[in-house]
Design a protein around this ligand. Structure first.
Ligand code: SAH
Length: 372
């Protein structure tokens, strides 16, 4: 892990985020009993915590002046102490006629993060960030190039979803009022390197109102470079979210260069942890594979990938590489992508090619760099 103290060396993997800029405690950080205790600490009756939770998590109302069922002084006090502003909008950019929206947020200490809302005819997916920056250093990912600034708190993670839910309530996304059906931890950061806050956020997303937002765990995907001990811990956590593994290469030689954490946990160990996850949760593991022209897109590599997956509860999600500034890599030729897909299909491996929304606003996979 990172040497204690001092700045990380270039290329060094950073697992422990710097502790600077810890955000203030927010209602969304707290479990229901902690919220009641916090409200009692403010000299108010415990039931006020549930009332406020219904406003914030049930109706996405974070502005205390709208909580008309509470006395004005209680509203003010709770608002001031338990709902400090966490995410300040810096910019929102949209495409696809307003149904894809990338939001850039400034955190209390000036750190920047991004989230992306994607509305489809049958669902709304939010891609959210778990860290400001990322310490995993994958060379094809824009976020990785800036290094890690810090971990987000549970509330900073959940508030990205609450903000999206509010935009859908108010009809500001074309298509009429709607709700967030899916959340993917595929924005900035390595979620399993911020394990406690991410698991807290998942609980807040799935717990029923007023404890949480009441989403289905099936609609939530946690994506990881492959932090093996954390994958196993998540498997035992009792929140059956979908696990996505960013594999990108079936062989250690290449994966060591594309996903540098592979030098610590090899492909075989990552796959073993993935199958443990599938066994514990009965959920199909999603294998993410960014197709990079002449780097990892050969049909023989598709065969090696199939060797890893045949007979297991898995599904391959191919992502045509999205361009990032300064990178010499590009997406595969259509014929190579086709051959890759066909090789997997011939071996009986379930495979889809991800539609890459948001490319034109630098909001697609791997493009989030929070440059404003
Ligand atoms: N750190 C986590 C989650 C964030 S990235 C992880 O690595 O899984 C979400 C997905 O986008 C990952 O599979 C990541 O490898 C992929 N990705 C990163 N850069 C990309 C790019 N330029 N084009 C396509 N996919 C990319």
């Amino acid at each position: 892990m990172t040497s204690s103290g001092g700045a990380p060396r270039p290329g060094e993997l950073v697992f422990e985020a710097p502790r600077r800029g810890k955000p203030p405690i927010h209602l969304l950080d707290l479990a229901p009993e902690e919220r009641r205790a916090a409200v009692v600490d403010l000299g108010l009756p415990a039931f006020r915590a549930d009332q406020v939770s219904r406003h914030v998590l049930g109706r996405h109302e974070e502005d205390p002046s709208t909580w008309t069922d509470l006395p004005a002084d209680a509203r003010e006090l709770i608002g001031e102490r338990l709902l400090p502003p966490l995410l300040t909008p810096v910019r929102a950019i949209d495409c696809d006629n307003g149904t894809t929206v990338k939001a850039v947020w400034r955190l209390h200490d000036g750190a920047l993060v991004e989230s992306v809302l994607m509305r489809y005819p049958d669902r709304v997916t939010m891609c959210i960030s778990s860290q400001a920056g990322c310490g995993m250093n994958c060379p094809f990912c824009a976020t990785g190039q800036g290094g890690l600034t810090r971990n987000l708190s549970t509330a900073e993670i959940v508030d990205q979803v609450v903000a999206g839910a509010r935009a859908l309530d108010t009809g500001s996304i074309p298509g009429g009022p709607g709700r967030v059906s899916n959340v993917v931890f595929m924005g900035m950061g390595e979620p399993l390197a911020n394990y406690r806050a991410v698991v807290g956020a998942v609980r807040r997303l799935v717990d029923p109102v007023p404890a949480g937002l009441g989403m289905s765990a099936r609609g939530i995907t946690v994506s990881t470079v492959g932090l093996v001990p954390r994958i196993r811990e998540l498997a035992d956590e009792g929140v059956p979210v979908t696990l996505a593994i960013s594999l990108h290469a079936p062989d250690d030689g290449l994966r060591d260069t594309l996903v540098p954490v592979n030098t610590r946990w090899k492909v075989a160990e990552v796959m073993e942890a993935a199958w443990y996850y599938a066994e514990r949760t009965h959920r199909r593991v999603s294998i993410e594979y960014a197709l990079i022209k002449d780097v990892n897109d050969q049909a023989w590599r598709a065969d090696l990938l199939a060797d890893l997956l045949v007979g297991h509860l898995a599904h391959v999600n191919l992502i045509p590489l999205n361009p990032t500034p300064g990178s010499q890599w590009t997406a595969s030729r259509p014929e190579d992508e086709r051959a890759f897909v066909q090789t997997l299909e011939r071996r009986g491996v379930a495979v889809t090619v991800r539609d890459t929304r948001g490319r034109e606003i630098d909001g697609a996979c791997g493009q989030l760099a929070a440059l404003v």
